[in-house]
Ligand binder design. Structure first.
Ligand code: GDP
Ligand code: CO
Length: 394
């Protein structure tokens, strides 16, 4: 893959937030000693392949159409470990069973490794309880509903499988070629990164909408524009310079090194993606004290890469948009590093839009603790013994 070197970087404590990088060639060959220009880097197929072997791709899924899932599976490079974490209904039709069968059939044909697990499996909750990772539980002591909860389960499975990198791809993507591009971007970003603490986020070139006059290739989702605006305000407040560097606040498609992933605190449900950025600013921004000395020393890199493929996914209703909107703003608003002026601005904005009434406040989000200290062998042992939905085909 041939892509821009970061042209513009916002530095914030130990963090380098790189501006959006473009892709020039989806496949730049094997390099053979040829270097690209000084502003463009070529990541050869051999190097991409080596990183793919160390990467797990987590697909969180809840009741998506099977045809879409099958397409997504076909887009993931063979050498990545595929991990599906499902929260699909098991009654009246056992949707999970259908997903599992589709995955098993796919694996039989292509001879691939994969893991699938249901988020509500009591054996999973038992394993998490034994290793003390209980901030992911609801009041009933089982894993809560929510995309973040699925992603974190997936990260634990990736760590358990000994992977160094974990990427996330939604199950509702219509274009297998786009899925394939996301993973190539993940691996290229990892290859370009200079720190072992790295995150690569996908910036979609277009998010097409169907309109009366045909397809409309819009650039921005309704929520993401505002999420990015407030994330940028948060950075600007500290640096004293306005910035537009953050463009991927709501990006579901992103990857991290496990070394970074296991240090972060996560926010429940759909606020997970913007909160990753807020938490990186909290942990490594040098504003609050931290115990992560190695990451402070080596630095944390956040890259954002713009795809060539447009992003076509299932359009969900407005309820979900509202949840995302509130979640995104709440994770900035309730952050320990959010300045009072910015808090006032967020509340005014929400009142202006009729989302919050006078006197109402934005609820803090549920948080899930970092998983760096959990005993992963113990977790694996109990999961293998107790989780009935767990399938690990090698
Ligand atoms: P959007 O793309 O941001 O509008 O969000 P989607 O509704 O498409 O959700 C993103 C992905 O998360 C999809 O693959 C969903 O099926 C999946 N998802 C949503 N809720 C849950 C959940 O509670 N658990 C899991 N494991 N996946 C979920
Ligand atoms: Co979607």
């Amino acid at each position: 893959m041939k892509l821009d070197l970061p042209r513009y970087t916002e530095r914030f404590g130990a963090i380098s937030l790189h501006g959006v990088q473009r892709v020039y060639e989806l496949d730049s060959g094997f390099n053979n000693g040829r270097t690209a220009s000084e502003t463009v880097q070529s990541i050869g197929n051999d190097e991409i392949s080596e990183i793919e072997k160390k990467m797990a791709i987590v697909i969180p899924i809840k009741g998506e159409r099977l045809k879409l899932l099958e397409g997504v599976l076909s887009g993931i490079p063979h050498d990545c470990l595929t991990i599906i974490v499902s929260n699909s209904p098991r009654q009246p039709v056992d949707r999970y069973k259908l997903e599992k069968e589709a995955l098993e059939q796919f694996n039989r044909f292509v001879g691939k490794n994969a893991i699938i697990l249901h988020q509500k499996d009591l054996g999973l909750s038992e394993a998490l309880k034994q290793v003390g990772h209980t901030t992911i539980f609801g009041p009933d002591d089982i894993v809560r509903n929510g995309k973040a909860e699925g992603m974190i389960t997936g990260m634990l499975l990736a760590k358990m499988a000994g992977k160094d990198y974990v990427g996330f791809i939604d199950a509702d993507n219509y274009v297998p070629g786009a899925v394939n591009e996301y993973v190539k971007i993940f691996t290229s970003g990892i290859a370009m990164s200079k720190s072992p603490y790295t995150m690569v986020r996908i910036s979609w070139i277009y998010k097409p909408k169907v309109s009366e006059s045909g397809l409309y290739f819009s650039k921005w989702g309704r929520v993401s524009e505002i999420t990015n605006q407030y994330l940028n305000s948060l950075v600007s407040y500290y640096t004293g310079f306005e910035t537009e560097v953050m463009r991927t606040g709501n990006s579901g498609e992103h990857c991290m090194s496990i070394k970074l992933a296991e240090l972060l605190t996560y926010s429940s449900g759909f606020s997970v993606e913007p909160y990753e950025i807020v938490n990186i600013l909290e942990e490594f921004g040098g504003i609050l004290p931290t115990e992560n000395f190695d990451a402070m020393d080596k630095g944390v890199e956040v890259m954002q890469v713009e795809t060539r493929n447009p992003h076509f996914h299932e359009e969900k209703g407005d309820d979900h948009l509202k949840e995302m909107f509130n979640g995104s703003l709440s994770c900035v608003y309730n952050s320990k590093i959010c300045p009072p002026k910015l808090r006032e601005k967020i509340i005014e904005d929400l009142r202006g839009r009729g989302i919050l009434d006078e006197g109402q406040d934005l609820f803090p989000l549920k948080k899930i603790s970092p998983f760096k200290d959990i005993d992963i062998h113990q977790f694996a042992k109990i999961l293998h013994e107790k989780a009935t939905s767990f399938v690990h085909s090698v």
